[in-house]
Ligand binder design. Structure first.
Ligand code: PMP
Length: 307
């Protein structure tokens, strides 16, 4: 590999990103017929090790997406995991990164094709998502979140992200950093690429899986560590829009955004308009875990080098 050359895993080979080309007439290209995962790996400077966070859970969810999208099943879990490790290794990354693993419909079929199924995996060096922001200002989107009656938000389907796109573009156009969608019931759903938690009277509350949200791996990690390690009461229940305006703290979470404090909703300040104490505690523990500093959670980490 020449210096600065970016390699990606493409249809079973490791190639420079420029030479990975897909057919313009593929169902993926034409109709968004692809399913994907966004993963992160964290560099542990003391151990000189890169750890992929919850690789198994991502691969399991990818298999569910493949099934729900009606693609032929051609990859084993072991293969999906190993391919991620292989391409990160090939790039010799020694820094935090984000990795897109996309399974797509190739060939010349229509939107109802079930194959041929192919994959690319593209890691990219990436630190924090909201690099310059301590917290974010969000609006309630005028767009409704897609729901299980039409297009399941549980599938990480490329086409689903056109709903995310509408919400995000509108938010940015109106001067916000991001948006929170309501679902068809009018209760809080999720962000364009993240889930939502609120804190009220020291209780952590998040919309349930039935609120038209993705079954977020970060969300379930936070539910787990907040109750088991931080001694917090955590409740999964429907959250009304007005609860956002009077919450003590709000944060968004996801693989990409990690834990992102929300400072205002529709220009209404959340709490003190700064990062709340509980959010900070969760964020600090989350970063310790993903970097491999918490022994009991090393089970969630897959080392890239050695082994
Ligand atoms: N909701 C949506 C719509 C997303 O795209 C994401 C990012 N994958 C999330 C929530 C957070 O999911 P995870 O924690 O698994 O990254």
């Amino acid at each position: 590999m020449s210096k600065g050359e970016r390699l990606i895993w493409f249809k079973g080979n490791i190639v420079p990103v420029e030479s990975a080309k897909i057919n313009v007439l593929s169902p993926s290209s034409q109709f968004g017929a692809n399913v994907f995962e966004g993963l992160r790996a964290y560099w542990n400077v003391y151990e000189k090790q890169l750890y992929v966070f919850r690789l198994l859970e991502h691969v399991n969810r990818l298999q569910d997406s493949i099934k729900m999208a009606g693609f032929e099943t051609v990859f084993t879990n072991a293969f999906l995991q190993q391919s991620v490790i292989d391409i990160i290794r090939a790039n010799n990354f020694q820094e935090d990164l984000i990795c897109r693993q996309t399974v797509f419909l190739d060939g010349f079929g229509s939107w109802s094709a079930t194959g041929p199924v192919e994959m690319f995996i593209a890691p990219m060096a990436k630190g924090r998502y909201y690099e310059k922001l301590q917290g974010i200002d969000v609006c309630i989107s005028s767009w409704e979140r897609i729901n299980e009656k039409s297009l399941s938000p549980k599938i990480k389907l490329g086409a689903n992200y056109m709903n995310s796109r509408m919400g995000q573009l509108e938010a940015v156009r109106n001067g916000y950093d991001s948006a929170i969608f309501l679902n068809q019931e009018g209760t809080v759903s999720e962000g364009p690429g993240s889930c939502v938690f609120i804190v009220k009277d020291d209780i952590l509350i998040t919309p349930p899986l039935t609120a038209s949200i993705l079954d977020s791996i970060t969300r379930s990690t936070i539910i787990d560590i907040a109750s088991n390690d931080l001694g917090l009461k955590v409740i999964e229940r429907d959250v009304e829009k007005d609860e956002l305006y009077v919450a003590d703290e709000i944060f968004m979470c996801g693989t990409a955004v990690e834990v992102a404090p929300v400072f205002s909703v529709d220009k209404v300040q959340v709490g003190q308009g700064t990062e709340g104490r509980i959010t900070l505690n969760i964020k600090n523990l989350y970063f310790d875990i993903v970097r491999g500093k918490v022994k009991k959670y090393k089970k969630w980490l897959t080392p890239v080098y050695g082994g």
